[in-house]
Write a protein that binds this ligand. Structure first.
Ligand SMILES: [Zn+2]
Length: 331
């Protein structure tokens, strides 16, 4: 039986080989952009590590059943919890998982811990985990996920087998949406483009009309910001910063969306329309592409990226957004 994972064939092959040769490492780190499939792959691997059958996960045995229900006693999961503005992994739950990993397996051959989005761990949490990775308990396998290896301590990364997942070809995402999630072709087409190779993200978006409406609004905003003066842009920055106080990830999502739009403008300038992230906004993209040079589009992209990095470092959000918007041309 093959794993229930779409794409990432090389990674599945590698993990299956480790299992078949009984040389699973003590720690794996799955990296890649949000929604690319890190959790899905780590979960499949976790189930395979627990299933005693020759071709795991068999999906039928007691271990597989328990794991699928989320109640296998040897499968531990740690993930960020939202407190106020940001989702975080605090040190206490990290310590609990570490303690649980020291115990002998209850039913399976091993204990497996899924530690999801570990980049959201605070420094104490990361440090606590480092010691466990230095001297991993005998029968434990730790599966970490993080968007970028750079966001973790290098000493953590170096103790893991890194499995770096890349976005899938958009055709593969479209195909999976149609055959697996029964999404109508036209919608699958759009979602696949928007997701930029991240199947999980596309599936989430499919079930979230509010998010799709928000996307439309934010892209409409691009048009009014481009014609707006300083006062209008500063007002927008202030409102967006305020929304970010309630939900820190929202601003990053807006910046990512805008980055995609400006990349489309750049692609339009160079004639590569097939890879647009926002093909449904072709008219807007072409209009902007005709008005700005590729160099200027690139400047805007660099500035949006820098803003995203600044916000990750707790810079003054409103100020950072103002600066970013001032880099935009006025049309
Ligand atoms: Zn099984």
């Amino acid at each position: 039986m093959s794993w229930d994972v779409i794409g990432h064939t090389w990674a599945v092959d590698m993990l299956q080989r480790d299992l078949a040769q009984d040389r699973a490492r003590h720690a794996y780190l799955f990296t890649g952009p949000a929604g690319v499939g890190k959790r899905t792959l780590a979960t499949q691997f976790a189930h395979a590590l627990l299933c005693p059958n020759a071709n795991p996960p068999c999906g039928q045995c007691r271990h597989c059943m328990l794991a699928a229900r989320g109640s296998h006693p040897d499968l531990l999961t740690l993930e960020p919890t939202r407190t106020g503005r940001n989702a975080q992994i605090k040190v206490d739950p990290v310590r609990e998982v570490i303690k649980a990993l020291q115990l002998k397996p209850i039913e399976a051959r091993r204990r497996v811990a899924r530690v999801l989005n570990f980049h959201a761990a605070n420094p104490q949490g990361m440090n606590a985990f480092l010691k466990t990775l230095e001297e991993p308990p005998g029968q434990a396998v730790i599966l970490l996920t993080a968007e970028r290896a750079d966001d973790l301590l290098p000493t953590i990364v170096s103790r893991c087998e890194v499995v770096a997942l890349r976005p899938l070809p958009w055709e593969q995402v479209r195909e999976a949406l149609i055959t697996r999630w029964l999404v109508p072709a036209e919608r699958a087409d759009l979602l696949a483009h928007l997701a930029q190779g991240r199947l999980g993200y596309a599936v989430r978006l499919h079930g979230d009309d509010e998010a799709l409406a928000a996307r439309t609004q934010r892209l409409d905003d691009v048009q009014s910001l481009l014609t707006g003066n300083h006062v209008a842009r500063f007002g927008y920055a202030e409102r967006l910063a305020k929304e970010g106080k309630e939900d820190g990830e929202r601003i990053q999502a807006v910046l990512d969306l805008w980055l995609g739009f400006w990349r489309d403008v750049l692609l339009a300038n160079t004639g590569a329309a097939g890879q647009w992230a926002n093909p449904d906004r072709a008219a807007d993209i072409q209009r902007v592409a005709q008005a700005v040079s590729p160099a200027l589009a690139r400047t805007v992209m660099v500035s949006l990226r820098r803003t995203g990095e600044l916000l990750g470092k707790n810079a003054n959000t409103r100020l950072a957004l103002e600066v970013a918007l001032l880099d935009w041309p006025r049309l």
